[in-house]
Design a protein around this ligand. Sequence first.
Ligand SMILES: Cc1cc2nc3c(=O)[nH]c(=O)nc-3n(C[C@H](O)[C@H](O)[C@H](O)COP(=O)(O)OP(=O)(O)OC[C@H]3O[C@@H](n4cnc5c(N)ncnc54)[C@H](O)[C@@H]3O)c2cc1C
Length: 501
Amino acid sequence: MIYTLNNYKTNYKNNFDADVCIIGSGAGGAVTAYELASMGYSVVVVEEGGYYTTKDYDGKPLNNMKTMWRGAGSTVSFGIPPISIPAGKCVGGTTAINSATCFRTPEHIIKQWKENLRVDIHYKNLEPYFERVEKIINVTELPWDVLGNCAKIVKRGADALGLHCKPLKHNVINCKGCGTCQFGCVEGAKQSAEVSYIPLALKYNTTLLTHCKAEKIHFKGMKAHSVECRVYDDKGKSVASCTIEAKIIVSACGTMITPLLLKKSGINNKHLGKHLQIHPCSRVVALMEEEVNGWAGVSQGAYIDDYADEGIMLEGIFVHPSILSASLPGAGREFFELTQQFSHVAAFGVMVHDTTEGAVFGNMHTSFSWYMMNMKDIQTLKNGIAYLSEIFMAAGSKKIFTPISSSPVISSYDDIEKLKKSYLKRSHIPEVFAFHPLGTCRMGGDSNCGVVDSFGKCFNTDNLYVADGSIVPTSLGVNPQITIMTLATRIAEKIAEQLRK
Ligand SMILES: Cc1cc2nc3c(=O)[nH]c(=O)nc-3n(C[C@H](O)[C@H](O)[C@H](O)COP(=O)(O)OP(=O)(O)OC[C@H]3O[C@@H](n4cnc5c(N)ncnc54)[C@H](O)[C@@H]3O)c2cc1C
């Protein structure tokens, strides 16, 4: 059963009860819901956003950002530089607006969690969970023609330099590469949570409450017993209230919100809201002699991990022309002339495996994050931009646009060498984004090192779990959705064990 705005009783309190109440329907929440519902437990999923499907998408970024992106895409961390950290606010969560790239958690990262934080997870034991997730969301390798010309050009440059450019894996069925992944998949190819896990959960005893925002979890002693919510219409007006009583409560609101909900609900832990890591990233745009037509092909086609030891991952990032063209330099006629060559523009991204930690503050109505990139990460980002410029040059580009204010245009190998040797200030890279916030309710061996245990159970509570990106203790160096879904599958199994008892 799905509750949309029309289904709520507006003048009454809407009461629900279930074995499990899951707050959030993204990567973590949707997986937990399906796994538990399919084991026979009754589930209520509370989701603040609406339910959008292919028929609602027109491929126009601004239209879909207004409805599906939190704050219409305005979520930014404070610091120098300020960093845009977008997230989904809709059924499917951020998976509905992500680029569909899939990576398993690197084995050495899991070892670090064990060594540093006593997280009791072994890579070998995770393998069946990875396989289960990858099967349900159909993780697959697409042909180079669908990956697009940007990926092919970067591969050509990488081959010339002896680097390894490899195709990324994606969770899609029949993807033709129309490149609008981040604004709702107009082909209906992306197997994001609202297309895969949520419909599967709804086949069982699952109630999905859309437009419903959880505001507080109530406790009796150490036992969480209900979730207090309000229903907001599309203009943000409160139109109804809801209470969900459940034996188990799971917060899956995402890294930026779960710590605030826990704090509001009385959870007290020195790590709550801290250790925010985000994979800061940026882009390099290159003018090619050949026609690129970068919009034809998935937006994130290929990757190069030869520089992983330096904390650098190079990954495709050709976004909608209306957005990418904004990163071209110049103004007036100069800008106009560049846009006339847009079919010759190639773009690729640089992602940093960060060492910086930030934090999330505020309350359920006004929240903000602080993330001041440390100088090591700034130089790592700069080096990634230099390596990528070198790759584009080796692929034949004569004019490369970087996001670095002190070297905006690169047109020779000398320029690249100069960039490599330079020491950047924070303010020299104004254009930084981040798509993978993690760590604000991290797992740990006990409450001295984490907020939740290795199965997502919140320390000092009997039955409150967290199953989203916030429990991932550190950044991964790779995109996180498979990690989050895998951990959620494992957490659902643990919850079922507790319910059986
Ligand atoms: C543009 C973009 C591209 C990305 N591309 C990739 C990619 O290609 N590969 C990859 O692995 N990762 C990618 N990511 C990241 C990935 O999608 C996220 O890491 C992942 O979806 C996070 O899962 P989650 O469960 O923590 O949170 P989310 O998926 O964000 O789900 C949280 C849900 O909780 C809801 N919610 C929040 N607060 C409340 C509340 N109080 N009450 C009710 N509901 C609430 C939200 O509306 C949301 O639906 C991308 C992210 C972005 C922004």
